[in-house]
Design a protein. Structure first.
Length: 131
């Protein structure tokens, strides 16, 4: 039985090579997410990726609710959001993504995924229970 928590964490990391910020928001509170990520109209927080203004810089946010009572954050959900975020970065930086040129997107997905796990561990979010 997992209890919903009101913990809220936000952290940003400089994106190597492509500039901008990777913004990680871990929260179950839609009001907190809206305050951090701006244009967020959902009442329910689960998993989402979006482009945000982060302290005047372009940010690429991954919003996750590791304490969700219904849906569960899995390794697959993190990979899913990492791919969306990598595509946002590629699109904004003019990188053509295709089957013949997938190294830039593969690098970004790997780096973003690593940052999500580092962020979760930084804030004491148990990654061992992910399925």
């Amino acid at each position: 039985n997992v209890m919903e928590t009101t913990d809220n964490y936000a952290h940003s990391v400089n994106i190597p090579l492509y500039m901008g910020k990777l913004v990680l928001i871990f929260s179950s509170d839609a009001k907190y997410v809206k305050a951090k990520a701006g244009d967020f109209d959902d009442d329910y927080v689960f998993a989402q990726s979006r482009i945000v203004n982060w302290n005047g810089r372009q940010g690429f946010a991954i919003i996750l609710n590791p304490w969700s009572k219904g849906d569960h954050i899995t390794h697959g959900v993190i990979a899913h959001e990492a791919l969306h975020t990598a595509n946002f970065i590629a699109n904004k930086r003019g990188i053509d993504v295709d089957g013949e040129n997938d190294e830039p997107i593969a690098y970004l997905v790997m780096w973003i995924t690593d940052q999500v796990y580092k962020g979760m561990r930084r804030f004491g979010i148990n990654t061992e229970t992910l399925i």
